[in-house]
Write a protein that binds this ligand. Structure first.
Ligand SMILES: Nc1ncnc2c1ncn2[C@@H]1O[C@H](COP(=O)(O)OP(=O)(O)OP(=O)(O)O)[C@@H](O)[C@H]1O
Length: 228
């Protein structure tokens, strides 16, 4: 079985000359379709850098990143933009919604940037994340958890192969954190999305299929899901 997302010996060095930081140090990672993988680790360990290279936002200094059978390093910048739009979904800490748009229009937005082969229905998706009753609300009329749900729906509307999630529970209370990560797990499992979630929140790890730990740019299996 081919991994949906695969990193081989990926190194990312920020800066140049003597002033360099090795953010990722020969990272190897494989994420299957339908799998939710958590990445934990201390501040500065390289977690955001990992999401950035997986999302084709930054090219690694060396190593290979494959999305299904596609080698990202072999793609032009223009093609990478199309790959990000068509194949990758991003979910950020606070939902990153556009203040003037309703929930439904936030979810429709990725479909307005160009043709999408097989989009999900925005209304159905909003219902699936439990937000159809607030389809006409704007972000300031939503709670943090609700904003996060809309952000997740927006990231999934193009049917991405890979979903990259950065600290989705940072602004949420305990129960809402559980609900949001349970939603990510359900979407990953039911729709075959290879999902990588960076988190500091150890209480949500039981929803994840695997937990990896990043330390000083190196990625290791976490010792046990219960203890990380
Ligand atoms: N654009 C950049 N230029 C130079 N150094 C950078 C840059 N981005 C990140 N770094 C450095 O790379 C290392 C990894 O940073 P990264 O943001 O990936 O860590 P992180 O694990 O996401 O941290 P946090 O949990 O605090 O968000 C850090 O030492 C950071 O200072």
């Amino acid at each position: 079985m081919t991994a949906m997302l695969s990193l081989s010996d990926v190194t990312l060095i920020h800066g140049d000359g003597e002033d360099t930081v090795t953010a990722l140090d020969k990272v190897n990672m494989e994420v299957e379709a339908g799998e939710l993988v958590a990445v934990v680790g201390p501040s500065g360990a390289g977690k955001s850098s990992l999401l950035a290279v997986c999302g084709a936002l930054i090219s690694p200094t060396s190593g290979t990143i494959r999305l299904n059978d596609l080698d990202l390093s072999a793609q032009s910048p223009r093609r990478l933009t199309a790959i990000r739009r068509e194949r990758i979904g991003f979910v950020f800490q606070s939902g990153n919604l556009i203040p003037s748009l309703t929930s439904l229009d936030q979810v429709r937005l990725p479909l307005t940037f160009g043709k999408v082969a097989n989009p999900r229905d925005p209304r159905e998706l909003l219902a699936e994340v439990g937000m159809s009753h607030k389809a006409d609300r704007r972000p300031h009329q939503l709670s943090g958890g609700e904003r996060q749900r809309v952000g997740i729906a927006r990231a999934l509307v193009t049917r991405p192969q890979v979903l990259l999630v950065d600290e989705p529970t940072a602004a949420l209370d305990r129960q809402r954190s559980q609900d949001v990560v349970a939603l990510l797990a359900r979407e990953a499992h039911e729709h075959g999305v290879a999902t990588v979630m960076v988190t500091h929140d150890h209480e949500v790890l039981h929803h994840c299929d695997r937990v990896l730990e990043m330390i000083d740019g190196r990625l290791l299996p976490a010792e046990s899901n219960a203890s990380v």
